[in-house]
Design a protein around this ligand. Structure first.
Ligand code: UDX
Length: 434
């Protein structure tokens, strides 16, 4: 099939490359000239496990990139909209300007029938709005469906080829047939719903998972007070199949480009419709407060040290990605800096992340230093904190750490706390006292 993908971010690029790998002919469009030039020159623009390999295999064969949305539309039968829907800075509702701009441009480029699919996460009713925008500009026929993405960052390639389910919002039999054909090589588990249900399924899924994380984080707080161990408690809860063992890992709070944005967006939709989504509101509030609580775990160790040095392992919002958007690691670092400013005291912060340092430099590069590896970052540090669960960090050889004080604050519970204690470290983690 000939597919045009609008947007080459964490959704558009893996989607385009994935469909190219399945033998489709893909043309991806992005407004950023340098990005498109880089991609056409065979240089991938984001880190995603396994993606570069597939990209190299398909570039300039099954997949090409352009800045021309018109070309993208003209050369495809299916157009997938995968542009960003960032949160509005004040209301936190999803900002639809890129979606609507894409709709306008698609409308002006339509010369023959196309199937248009919205893959971006959008408020309920967006399909109707986009359809209206296009219909106002053109008489050319088209169908508009909702086709939400469920790709996890770091696992996007795996999730693309092995989806739990494909959700497709359309009542049109012709469109259903095209989507069945498109997904045939990877899934026959397609749930067709009406367009609004499909739009809501995406938000409701992410909100549910955010609530689950917020819940286990609160249970972790309780564990610390009553002498229970969150790993054991989560294991025990998760063995109940009705609850499930996924998304029960306590940590510094959820982050990334989806959960914070989508919880705020669904809460906004609910408020607009005078519906009380109190669980989602609680998760949002609890997750925001968690940054302060996590920062306090670190500050406690160094508050009374003169000019302390904090070493940070991990900046990405989770392991397996270079993405620092809404990363708890970045927020916690900023909160620590903020608290020390309030104390009128200095703090030196030095960070290391295997993939996310270039992104982190654009966010906090003026406030912290960066190290070359996970050992040099800890040299002369008063406390070492782990903020992202990179598998490399699990292998950390504590005997190689040359710290000024042997303090570890492991906010991802990835080290063996008992061993750390045996080696003379003061070890703090989440949801258990060791
Ligand atoms: C999410 C959804 O999972 C995916 O289906 C959707 O389409 C995009 O948003 P992603 O943002 O890549 O994917 O990350 P995910 O793996 O879901 O984790 C989100 C956040 O929750 C991360 O900050 C992660 O560290 C945190 N998390 C996850 C926990 O704190 N505990 C867990 O048990 C699981």
């Amino acid at each position: 099939m000939k597919i045009g993908v609008i947007g080459t971010g964490y959704v558009g690029l893996p989607t385009g490359v994935g469909f190219a790998e399945l033998g489709n002919s893909i043309i991806c469009c992005d407004k950023m000239i340098e990005k498109v030039e880089q991609l056409n020159a065979g240089k991938i623009t984001l880190y995603e496990e396994g993606l570069e390999e597939l990209f190299n295999k398909n570039i300039n064969k099954n997949i090409v990139f352009t800045t021309s949305l018109e070309k993208c539309v003209k050369e495809s039968d299916i157009i997938i909209i995968a542009v960003g829907t960032p949160p509005h800075p004040i209301t936190k509702e999803a900002d639809m300007k890129y979606i609507f701009a894409a709709a306008e441009e698609i409308a002006s480029s339509l010369t023959e029938y196309k199937l248009i699919a919205i893959k971006s996460t959008v408020p309920v009713g967006t399909g109707d709005q986009v359809e209206a925008i296009i219909k106002e500009k053109t008489n050319v026929s088209f169908d508009l469906i909702s086709l939400p993405e469920f790709l996890r960052e770091g696992f996007a390639v795996r999730d693309f080829f092995h989806p739990d389910r494909v959700i497709c919002g359309t009542n049109n039999e012709k469109c259903k047939e095209v989507i069945r054909e498109l997904y045939k090589p990877i899934s026959d588990n397609i749930l067709f719903t009406n367009r609004r249900s499909s739009e809501l399924i995406k938000y409701a899924s992410n909100a549910f998972l955010s609530i689950k994380i917020h819940y286990i984080n609160e249970i972790a707080n309780l564990c610390e007070e009553v002498g229970a161990d969150i790993s054991e408690v989560a294991n025990g809860i998760g063995m109940d199949k009705r609850i499930g063992d996924k998304f029960l890992v306590a940590g510094p709070g959820y982050g990334g480009s989806c959960f914070p944005k989508d919880t705020n967006a669904i809460a906004y939709i609910a408020r607009e419709n005078k519906i009380d989504l109190s669980l989602v509101e609680a998760a949002i509030k609890g997750n925001n407060n968690r940054v302060k609580d996590m920062a306090q775990k670190i500050i406690k160790k160094i508050k009374n040290v003169k000019d302390p040095t904090l070493a940070v392992l991990g900046l990405a919002f989770k392991g397996g990605t270079d993405d620092c958007r809404q990363s708890p690691a970045i927020d916690i670092i900023q909160e620590v800096i903020h608290c020390f400013e309030n104390f009128n005291k200095k703090i030196n912060i030095i960070c290391y992340d295997p993939k996310a340092m270039p992104q982190a430099k654009t966010l906090i590069g003026d406030k912290v230093k960066f190290a070359d590896d996970m050992y040099s970052v800890a040299e002369n540090a008063d406390v070492l904190t782990i903020l992202t669960e990179w598998s490399d960090f699990k292998e950390l050889d504590l005997s190689k750490l040359k710290m000024k004080q042997k303090n570890i604050v492991d906010l991802r519970n990835i080290l063996d706390g008992k061993k750390a204690k045996e080696k003379g470290f003061d070890y703090t983690c989440i949801g258990k006292i060791i």
